[in-house]
Design a protein around this ligand. Structure first.
Ligand SMILES: Nc1ncnc2c1ncn2[C@@H]1O[C@H](COP(=O)(O)OP(=O)(O)OP(=O)(O)O)[C@@H](O)[C@H]1O
Length: 583
């Protein structure tokens, strides 16, 4: 059974802040009764002439003064309440977002395989916003209302317990209606959240595929998946509103029936001489006032149920186990060994799902090892296993004799640099994009890395030089330039192991030469694993490993492999023939 803190996904500070917010909100609610109490006293005073008494102006002035004091008290209480509820809830929401983002960073890649980015965005932004709203607007109000209603109820009971009982007699029935409808509301909330997710997923796909949509002459209405998702979301939103509205309206009618009952009971007591007219009128006034907070309670409860759907999703995410390990064990040499490694992306080692099959290889330190093989043979997967992006399902991967499964993935990353085909650049300046390689680097070191990666010249030709913003994923510069920035980043990191995914897309000769120069600098004296697509680039590698359908087929140097006359020799001669290909 989860406690309130766990249910609402609160930090310890958030939990204690919430308690303070509830107290502050209760004080505000009770302070709001002061002007009301004073108004009633004035009302009693004004009725005196009808009872044959005279109005006391001294009392009226005192009430006037008290009214001003009450207004100041309400202002102070509201100010305190505002600070305690809103500021605290936004701070809590920020803490939660950071906590989720931190957690996501440490999750295994298998998690991302099963999740869409839009779902995670919804987790970080949408679910946190829902809980932020509930923490700031719903829970403090809900509990404070409940406390002040109870206090007033006790006050009324002290005045006349029979009438007080009548006033509140319908409240339990109304609450029962809301509580019993919780299951239906939860189901509708789940469906609504699911529909929102689907819609945001489709919007993302639509925006990412905008080039294809334009080039194929499709328009929004023809993009039926998006259309359907938006329509479904609309339907679910209406269903949720309707499903909730029916129960809330029903419960509110039941509560308001209490007014009629009170009037009926009051008149009965009055005619029986058990209550005076003026106290009864005062009672009626209070009753009208007290129903406001009760009706509000009934509308706030469904919002609390809706929040539970969001927090349930956040809890699921935050309880997904992260990849952890040793952060101090020093790797003394960079020999990489695969010992009987099998791996499948689903975790199931059934033959049709296994993409790496019983691989045992050795990648020597301080040399260049090329991974070669047909498309889908498992080259990229092997490199991902070295970086512990995924954990192997069978066997071990060792670096310097240490099983990498015992190392913390982020710590392991300190030993590695990557140059992938799909370069990831951030919407920031070129300078900051390079600096990601080593956040402690000096300006001089950053410039040096940029020069070594052949970036300096093109960067200097940009209007703002190193301070030019790159747009989303470096959309404002060419593919070759993007690649060189990523090499500068890797150079700055200066990690002992370099994983290189050779670009498949053809670059113009000038770019190719520049990238080649940059890479030569990057791999100097390092342990290099290169995923090679063009075999002429691996001729001088110290070791070439040929993969086919997840198995190691051949190993050796270029000359040895040519002599073997196996798959490598076949692929090499096919690529040589194609060199003469032209249009
Ligand atoms: N994230 C993933 N989830 C599930 N299966 C994957 C994933 N990535 C790759 N695969 C599958 O694993 C197998 C090996 O893929 P991998 O990318 O390692 O091959 P590759 O030799 O690098 O191919 P290419 O040269 O075309 O890049 C393929 O069948 C591929 O479909």
């Amino acid at each position: 059974m989860l406690n309130l803190r766990e249910r609402l996904m609160l930090t310890h500070k958030g939990h204690s802040d919430l308690k303070k917010a509830i107290i502050a909100c209760t004080i505000t609610n009770l302070s709001l009764m002061l002007p009301f109490g004073i108004t009633i006293q004035i009302f009693v005073e004004l009725l005196k002439p009808f009872m044959g008494e005279t109005i006391s102006w001294t009392k009226m002035w005192i009430f006037f003064g008290l009214g001003i004091i009450a207004a100041v008290l309400v202002f102070l209480a509201s100010k305190n309440d505002y600070k305690k509820t809103y500021i605290a809830s936004y701070m809590e929401s920020e803490a939660n977002r950071t906590r989720i983002a931190e957690h996501i960073r440490k999750l295994p890649m298998s998690f991302f395989n099963a999740k869409d980015v839009s779902e995670l965005t919804t987790n970080i932004m949408g679910d946190c916003s829902t809980s932020e709203h509930v923490l700031s607007h719903i829970i403090p109000q809900l509990l404070a209302n409940a406390i002040s209603i109870t206090v007033i109820c006790l006050g009324l009971a002290a005045f006349d317990w029979r009438l007080a009982l009548t006033v509140f007699s319908t409240v339990p029935i109304a609450l029962l209606i809301i509580v019993l409808s919780k299951k239906i509301q939860n189901r509708l909330s789940e469906k609504h959240v699911e529909a929102k997710l689907k819609a945001s997923d489709q919007v993302q796909e639509y925006l990412e595929g905008i080039k294809v949509i334009k080039s194929c002459g499709l328009d929004g209405s023809k993009f039926s998946a998006l259309d359907n998702a938006l329509r479904y979301m609309k339907q679910m939103a209406i269903k949720l509103e309707f499903g909730t509205g029916v129960f809330v309206a029903g419960a509110q009618i039941v509560v308001q029936a209490g007014v009629g009952l009170t009037v009926f009971a009051g008149t009965y007591l009055l005619t029986g001489g058990k209550i005076e007219l003026i106290p009864l009128l005062m009672f009626f006034l209070i009753v009208v006032r007290i129903y406001g907070p009760i009706l509000t309670e009934l509308t706030l409860l469904p919002e609390l149920f809706y929040m539970q759907t969001s927090t349930r999703r956040m809890r699921r995410l935050i309880s997904t186990p992260i990849m952890e390990g040793d952060t101090e064990k020093e790797i003394k040499n960079y020999n990489i060994e695969f010992e009987n490694v099998s791996f499948s992306y689903t975790g199931n080692l059934a033959p049709e799902e296994t993409v790496i099959k019983d691989v045992s290889i050795s990648i020597p330190a301080n040399g260049i090892t090329a991974l070669v093989g047909p498309s889908g043979s498992g080259k990229s997967t092997l490199s991902k296993l070295i970086a512990r992006f995924w954990d192997v399902n069978k066997g071990v991967v060792k670096i310097g004799g240490i099983d990498i499964k015992i190392l913390d993935p982020e710590y392991l990353m300190d030993y590695m640099s990557f140059v992938f085909q799909d370069v990831v650049l951030f919407n920031d300046t070129i300078y900051n994009n390079i600096r990601i390689g080593n956040m402690d680097a000096t300006e001089e070191q950053i410039m040096e890395a940029a020069k070594a990666a052949c970036c300096h010249e093109f960067v200097n030709n940009l209007p703002d030089g190193y301070h030019t913003k790159l747009g989303e994923n470096g959309s404002t510069i060419s593919g070759g330039e993007r690649q060189r920035i990523s090499i500068a980043r890797a150079l700055l990191k200066n990690a002992p192991i370099v994983l290189l995914d050779e670009a498949t897309a053809s670059l113009d000769p000038e770019n190719e030469v520049l990238i080649q120069q940059a890479i030569s600098k990057l791999i100097e004296g390092k342990t290099v694993i290169v995923i090679a697509h063009r075999l002429r680039t691996v001729v001088s590698a110290d070791k070439i490993i040929i993969l086919d359908k997840g198995r190691v087929l051949e190993e050796g140097t270029h000359d040895e492999l040519l002599r073997e006359k196996g798959l490598y020799e076949r692929l090499y001669s096919i690529q040589n023939e194609n060199l003469g290909w032209s249009i």
